[in-house]
Design a protein. Structure first.
Length: 127
């Protein structure tokens, strides 16, 4: 019985360690892609608050499970990834208390947008 409990504890701790490293690797991929490919965001911030399920991008706090992340094409030749609240206004800017219904990030190509959307989806899956 003791051996079974010890084996179970070791297995659970290994799983937790794998989960944490998987999260860290995915987070680093998303952050690196964002900083490298988002237009005008070279010095911008990208953080994840796992406890509150919030992604902070360029001073905007986005509750990841309360928004839809989607592709949008603009008239001026840019491509956007938009975070739109499912209901009401759920996105906050750090320097303002006024909630917003959406937030967009500009990319140079449709491919970059979908890569970023897929990376955000991967991050969301392991949060």
């Amino acid at each position: 019985m003791v051996k079974i409990l010890i084996s179970l504890l070791i297995t659970l701790s290994c799983f937790k360690g794998y989960s944490q490293s998987n999260f860290e690797n995915t987070y680093k991929k998303v952050k690196s892609f964002y900083i490298t490919n988002a237009v005008g965001q070279k010095h911008s911030t990208f953080f994840v608050n796992k406890a509150d399920n919030i992604i902070e991008i360029a001073d905007y706090q986005i509750p990841i499970f309360e928004v839809k992340c989607e592709y949008e094409r603009s008239e001026r030749g840019y491509h956007w990834v938009e975070f739109n609240c499912f209901t009401g206004n759920c996105i906050y800017r750090n320097k303002s208390d006024k909630p917003l219904s959406g937030f967009g990030i500009k990319f140079k190509s449709k491919e970059d947008c979908y890569t970023f959307i897929n990376l955000i989806s991967d991050l969301k899956d392991i949060m």
